[in-house]
Design a protein around this ligand. Structure first.
Ligand code: PEP
Ligand code: MG
Length: 893
């Protein structure tokens, strides 16, 4: 029979898939002998069964009853005992951390009778007992029965107002007892029945609600954002309650073993006296620093420090921890390997290597290319000394500016119409998630680095300043120091320093980019982040088998990419070289009536092209440069048909001279295609327009010979686009070889000829095509376009949102390679190409070449290189190293 329930003493940290992160780590801490309240975990498998059949699985009830009996024995109390009740929390816990996304119900087991028993347990503390009861009704109502949370908030607000107090803690027992009556009314008004008094029923309903919360809108959205699979389900933890709200010798806190924002070593955290856990995470009250606990309760503080050291040593990583102190007794409620900013990820990985806790290979698994990308964002340039209007906690780094909005709905709407927005809230809650995603940055007036806003923003890599407590946030404006900032006004926020500025502050490049540019020497910079990036990049390069080239078509881009570590150019698109003041020559070429006119245009273009190539070959001296012959439909170089038609009609109407325009219009009409991306482009152009490819081939060969004559070492590779049949390539090749032989003679220059694989037919006949190609470069943009039949220029904006919503794919296949479909074409072509021509050089130059997940795929397939835009070169280098380490790890297993 399937086992659905595990006592904490039965699990361990490696059972995350089954017990969820929280359950697995509670079990691990229990086994380490740390002070964890007794409890048990209901597995994710039970959740999956429930979600499929809308009923709890057979046998689960009996298993829960048996584990509950054990829990009651361990605690010496019974659930629902009116005199001495056991209370439990019912907590969600998914295999991946989804902060605040799913539900938790505390104080389960309280009812009209046991509230008195709880008061006695707490030494006659009526206030505490009624406060716990009202919290149960509120959480249970919202979570289990969908009672609108605002109504509870309103009742609480009314209670405070009628007693003339500001804070929840100022409400006395009598006021809280009245509040319970008010809450019960709210509850029955919305549900049509009374608040359930049977504790076992409370527990079962809470378990089902936690299971259901896996599919709540915000959880679905978060998973999609974070690329967490939709079918994992959540576990549920039933944990004996311990209370942080029993008085000033009690409290609750969140702690990190290192600073999750900067990575600096040394403990870090927030503590709230006389409060329950949700108060800290919700950022409802401003917290004390963890260091203040030392003054309040030295014994618990010392014990906590010791436990934190134990946990870090055990997990060999930054841990975050939730704890509660009940009347001077410390309890651990949660630990996990903590989320951190991109900067902290690099700094901590390097620190742990220094401290001998992990080796460099493992350090590479602790950072990602996406994090490196975040570190390459620019930061504020403060040389104009802008004055900050206020300062909060720098909770998630970055520099963001935008128009102020006050609701998630406004953030989404304004962002959709192309505005940069900063979402300003008192505090955020999970319902704000869509607005947080849409905004450039988030600013809150309450809560610390562990508040919801901070945790979620860090996870998304979004700039966030929180706890800016001088802000008075209203409905459509906020005030600070007498200054009023209205909705739509522009502010800038600095997620590193926590400073908030009025207006748009200019930005400057990151130190990491300066390091890649060679402007910062890691040995001298005295910057732990730059030193960490240097250490990990150097190791990644030493491990990777996949080379990284760049897509560049100017000397400046080539030079930058080389500084960023590119090992050549994988794609030099030549079409941009036909624009600007050369457009006129291209028009002459297209409109040529005869061979003479065409030759004149080509002869004029040829020296210009030679100069273009020479500049690029010089920058990449000694490294391979793949130059792709012209690819897009020629009409892209001509005026738009509609505009020209209007222009001619208007000119005619006015009786003006239109002969030239009319000629052009006729040509544009002649060349007009219904599906230009599937029309006269790529190799087809070369076959149809005599001399076009020949001109480019000659320019490439001459530029290479010129560089060789200067003493350089050019390594040109000529690439033919859009080939679908070997015969196309053979035809181009035969002509090109003659020209090359004629130009290079005895210069020592060697020119390779290869092709893009970007048409599905090319991938499926790769064995034949390889006979005529010295290399393949996968054009995964077109391969995705033609593999899926998705127009690459239209579909993402037009309807991909629906595909993402339906989960047809979790990310656009234009962004990350579709491994099963388009990826399969790449695999087939690689295998069959290499079978036909052993040693065939393979690369990829579509956008996927710089996408972290795709880089891992290309490593698996065994390509020789990926090629991407200059700024993504460091990201691809890091991921290539990580992919090599990961595959070496899986080979060992
Ligand atoms: C491709 O199709 O992947 C490619 C690199 O070519 P382009 O994007 O220029 O069509
Ligand atoms: Mg292409």
């Amino acid at each position: 029979m399937v086992k659905f329930v595990y006592d904490f003493s039965e699990g361990n940290k490696d059972l995350k898939d089954l017990l969820g992160g929280k359950g697995a780590n509670l079990a691990e801490m229990t086994n380490l002998g740390l002070p964890v309240p007794a409890g048990f975990t209901i597995t994710t498998e039970a959740c999956r069964t429930f979600l499929k059949s809308s009923a709890l699985p057979d046998g689960l009830d009996a298993e829960i009853a048996s584990h509950l009996a054990d829990l009651e024995r361990a605690m010496g109390r019974k659930l629902g005992d009116p005199n001495d009740p056991l209370l439990v929390s019912v907590r969600s816990g998914a295999p991946f951390s989804m902060p605040g996304m799913m539900e938790t119900v505390l104080n389960v087991g309280l009812n009209d009778e046991s509230v008195a028993g709880l008061s006695r347990q707490a030494g006659g503390n009526d206030r505490f007992a009624w406060d716990s009861y009202r919290r149960l009704i509120q959480m249970f109502g919202k979570t289990v029965c969908d009672v609108p949370g605002d109504e509870f908030e309103q009742a609480l607000h009314d209670a405070k107002e009628s007693r003339g107090v500001r804070d929840d803690v100022q409400l006395d027992a009598e006021a809280l007892q009245e509040l319970v009556t008010a809450y019960k009314k709210v509850f029955s008004k919305h549900t049509g029945h009374d608040f359930p008094q049977d504790p076992r029923e409370q527990m079962s309903l809470a378990i089902e609600a936690v299971f259901r919360s896996w599919n709540a809108d915000r959880a679905v959205l978060y998973r999609r954002q974070e690329r967490i699979p939709a079918d994992l389900g959540t576990a549920v933890n039933i944990v004996a309650m311990v209370f942080g709200n029993l008085g000033p010798d009690s409290g609750t806190g969140v702690a990190f073993t290192r600073d999750p924002a900067t990575g600096e070593s040394g403990i870090y955290g927030d503590y709230l006296q006389n409060a329950q856990g949700e108060d800290v995470v919700a950022g409802i009250r401003n917290t004390l620093s963890l260091h203040d606990l030392e003054g309040l309760d030295k014994k618990s503080y010392d014990e906590l420090l010791q436990i934190m050291a134990t946990l870090e040593g055990h997990y060999r990583d930054l841990c975050d921890i939730e704890f509660t102190i009940e009347r001077g007794k410390l309890w651990m409620l949660q630990t996990r390997v903590g989320k951190r900013t991109a900067a902290a990820a690099f700094t901590i990985a390097a620190q742990l290597v220094d401290e001998g806790m992990i080796d460099l290979d493992e350090a590479l698994t602790r950072v990602t290319g996406a994090q490196l990308g975040q570190l390459m964002f620019p930061r504020f340039d403060l040389s104009s000394s802008p004055t900050a209007i206020t300062r909060g906690v720098g909770a998630s780094p970055g520099a963001a500016y935008g128009e102020v909005v006050f609701t998630a709905a406004d953030a989404t709407a304004k962002a959709a119409s192309g505005h940069n927005v900063i979402l300003v809230r008192r505090e955020t809650n999970p319902d704000d998630l869509p607005g947080m995603i849409a905004a450039q940055g988030i600013l809150t007036s309450r809560g610390g680095k562990t508040s919801h806003a901070a945790v979620v923003a860090r996870g998304m890599g979004k700039t966030c300043v929180c706890g800016a407590d001088e802000l008075e946030v209203g409905r459509d404006q906020f005030t600070v120091g007498g200054q009023v900032v209205h909705e739509g006004d522009v502010i800038s926020i600095d997620g590193t320093t926590g400073r908030v500025y009025l207006g748009e502050v200019p930005v400057r490049p990151s130190e990491v980019v300066q390091y890649f540019e060679g402007d910062l020497d890691p040995a001298q910079a005295n910057d732990p982040l730059v030193a960490a990036v240097h250490l990990l990049m150097t190791h990644a390069d030493s491990r990777s088998s996949l080379k990284v080239r760049t897509n560049a078509d100017t000397g400046a881009d080539a030079a930058r990419a080389r500084r960023f570590g590119a090992q050549g150019i994988g794609l030099c698109r030549t079409e941009h070289m036909f624009l600007g003041d050369r457009r006129e020559l291209v028009e002459r070429l297209i409109l040529a009536h005869n061979a003479t006119e065409r030759k004149e245009a080509l002869d004029a273009l040829q020296p210009l092209q030679r100069t273009d190539f020479l500049e690029i070959f010089r920058e990449m001296n000694g490294l391979p440069v793949t130059v792709r012959l012209i690819d897009p439909p020629l009409h892209e170089f001509l005026p738009s048909l509609e505009e020209l038609a209007v222009q001619v009609a208007v000119a005619r109407e006015r009786g003006e001279e239109v002969e030239r325009e009319q000629k052009m219009l006729t040509a544009v009409r002649r060349m007009h295609e219904s599906n230009p991306m599937l029309g006269l482009r790529g190799v087809r152009l070369g076959l149809v327009i005599p001399g076009l490819f020949a001109m480019q081939v000659r320019a490439i060969a001459e530029a290479a010979v010129a560089l060789a004559a200067e003493g350089g070492h050019p390594r040109p590779e000529i690439m033919v686009p859009l080939v679908g049949a070997v015969q196309e390539l053979e035809t181009v090749r035969a002509e090109a070889e003659k020209i090359i032989a004629d130009v290079v003679r005895d210069s020592g220059v060697e020119v390779l000829i290869g092709t893009m694989i970007e048409v599905p037919r090319a991938a499926l006949t790769a064995g034949q095509i390889a006979e005529a190609a010295e290399f393949f470069s996968f054009g995964t943009n077109d391969l995705t376009q033609m593999g899926w039949g998705f127009s690459r220029d239209d579909v993402e904006g037009a309807f991909f949102w629906r595909y993402l919503e339906l989960g047809i794919f979790g990310i656009s296949p234009f962004e990350s390679i579709d491994r099963d479909g388009v990826g399969r074409l790449v695999r087939i072509a690689s295998e069959e190409g290499r079978q036909a021509r052993p040693g065939l050089k393979l690369g990829v130059c579509g956008e996927h070449g710089g996408d972290p997940d795709s880089v891992h795929f290309f490593h698996e397939v065994g390509l020789d290189y990926v090629s991407c835009s200059p700024f993504r070169v460091p990201i691809a280098r890091l991921e290539a190293g990580r992919a090599a380490v990961e595959s070496a790890g899986s080979d060992h297993r």
